[in-house]
Ligand binder design. Structure first.
Ligand code: HEC
Length: 227
């Protein structure tokens, strides 16, 4: 030790009243090892996320999914697409659209046994619907025929028939009759306007639960069009 190192230095441990130089080396080592024992073991790299936090976040994600599913309010991705087709969500009157595809199914189930799927009928027994003015002419006449049926002589495309057609339409809904009428007016090369269910309802109301039409009587109400 020389004098230079002994000049006053406030950072140095003060001398105790006993004159000794602070804690002894042994004491320092002891305190140090005690401190390092109280600290956590130094570990390399990252410490693992506690599993509890992982579950918490997974649970939160799940809850958010359920919440969105229940509260999305029918939001659709096309909500801001001005060109997207407008979908009426619930409510509002359901507008009838004549549907020839549905009409075809109903025709096959209710009419084809006699008039055939080809619409050509059976010679001598069932008249054809293809190219028949009874089909493509007045829709009132066609609807009446389907609702009440026929009995008596009828001439179709120059051929006479005298058969019996039951009142098929009496057991069908307005929309079903309209779809059948629309189908037969547009199948097999026929090209006439579709038929609305409201028209069927109107005619059903007008004729009530009547007997089959004699074709000649029906022609008095709706004469055959001259093409
Ligand atoms: C049980 C057999 C039978 C069924 C089923 C039947 N028809 Fe007819 N249909 C006839 C007969 C028979 C005539 C001719 C009536 C007559 O001679 O007076 C006829 C005539 C017609 C006529 C007028 C003549 C013509 O050929 O254009 C139309 C239209 C017609 N039927 C449509 C239908 C439609 C639509 C259905 C189904 C909803 C149907 N028919 C179901 C037997 C049937």
């Amino acid at each position: 030790m020389n004098d230079r190192n002994r000049h006053s230095d406030s950072n140095r441990p003060r001398r105790g009243p006993s004159g000794s130089e602070g804690p002894s080396d042994g004491r320092l080592v002891e305190v140090h090892s005690q401190l390092s024992r109280d600290k956590d073991e130094p570990a390399e790299g990252f410490s693992l996320t506690p599993i509890f936090i992982v579950f918490l976040f997974c649970g939160f994600g799940f809850w958010a999914g359920v919440y969105l599913t229940n509260n999305a309010g029918g939001f659709s991705a096309s909500a801001f697409d001005l060109d997207a087709p407008k979908v009426v969500v619930g409510g509002g009157p359901v507008v009838f659209e004549p549907d020839a595809a549905k009409g075809e199914q109903l025709f096959l189930a209710n009419c084809a046994a006699c008039h055939q799927a080809t619409g050509l009928g059976v010679p001598g027994a069932f008249p054809p619907l293809a190219k028949s003015i009874w089909v493509t002419g007045s829709e009132d006449r066609l609807i009446k025929a389907i609702l009440a049926g026929f009995a008596g002589e009828i001439e179709v495309n120059g051929v006479k028939y005298n058969g019996n057609m039951p009142n098929i339409g009496a057991g069908l809904k307005d929309a079903q009759v309209a779809n059948i009428a629309t189908y037969v007016r547009q199948a097999w090369g026929n090209a006439a306007e579709p038929v609305m269910d409201t028209k069927v309802a109107e005619i059903r109301k007008a004729i009530g639960n009547r007997a089959q039409y004699n074709p000649a009587d029906l022609l008095k109400e709706h004469p055959l069009e001259t093409k």
